[in-house]
Design a protein around this ligand. Structure first.
Ligand SMILES: [Fe+2]
Ligand SMILES: [Fe+2]
Length: 178
C-alpha cells in the first residue's frame, strides 16, 4: 500500500468536506471583504479566519465534536470589517466589542445556530475572562484562535503557506461549485 498516496487522498477528501461545509460563506462577497483588512502580522482577517476554521475543524473531527459548527463559526468569528488598529471605542475595547459585531453581522447574513453563536461570542476567552464558553466547541475555537494568532506573528513563513491555502480554496471553489 502506498502510504503517501493514501494520506494525500485522505487530506484531499477532508479538504473537500470542509469546502462543502463553508460553501455558502466562502462564496459570499462580504466574507471575502475580510481579505482587505490586516489581522495579525501580515495576514488578512480572511486568511486568519480560514486558518482558525480549518485547523479547528480538523481537531473537532478527531475529538468527535460538532465539526460543522466549528468550521462555520470559526470562519465567522472575526467577521467585522475594519482595521482594528484605527478604530477606537468609547468606554470599551475592540477586544470586547468585535465578537458582538461579528455575531451581529453573521446573523444578518446567515442562519446561525446556538452553538455557532456561542463560538463567535466567546472566542476571546481567556483573553476576555468573562466570556466563558458554554460548549467544548467554543473552547476549542478560542484556543485555536490564540494559537493561530501567535503563529501568524511569530512565523513569517506561515504567511505564504496560508496565502497559498487560501488560493487553493479559491481554485477548488471554481472547480467544485461552478
Ligand atoms: Fe477575534
Ligand atoms: Fe481571530
Amino acid at each position: 500500500m502506498n502510504y503517501r498516496k493514501t494520506n494525500q487522498g485522505f487530506k484531499q477528501k477532508l479538504f473537500q468536506e470542509y469546502l462543502e461545509i463553508i460553501k455558502d460563506l466562502i462564496e459570499d462577497e462580504t466574507i471575502l471583504e475580510m481579505d482587505n483588512y490586516r489581522q495579525h502580522g501580515q495576514v488578512s482577517t480572511l486568511v486568519h479566519s480560514i486558518y482558525v476554521s480549518y485547523s479547528a475543524f480538523k481537531i473537532a473531527k478527531k475529538l468527535k465534536l460538532d465539526y460543522v459548527s466549528v468550521a462555520r463559526a470559526g470562519l465567522l468569528h472575526d467577521f467585522y470589517l475594519y482595521d482594528w488598529r484605527k478604530v477606537k471605542y468609547e468606554g470599551t475595547t475592540h477586544r470586547k466589542m468585535h465578537p458582538k459585531i461579528a455575531l451581529e453581522k453573521s446573523k444578518a447574513k446567515f442562519t446561525i445556530n446556538q452553538k455557532e453563536e456561542d463560538i463567535i461570542l466567546k472566542h476571546m476567552f481567556p483573553v476576555v475572562l468573562r466570556t466563558i464558553p458554554k460548549y467544548k466547541e467554543s473552547l476549542l475555537v478560542s484556543l485555536v484562535d490564540k494559537y493561530c494568532a501567535i503563529m501568524e506573528v511569530l512565523s513569517p513563513k506561515k504567511k505564504y503557506k496560508l496565502r497559498s491555502f487560501h488560493l487553493k480554496i479559491q481554485r477548488q471553489q471554481a472547480l467544485l461549485f461552478q
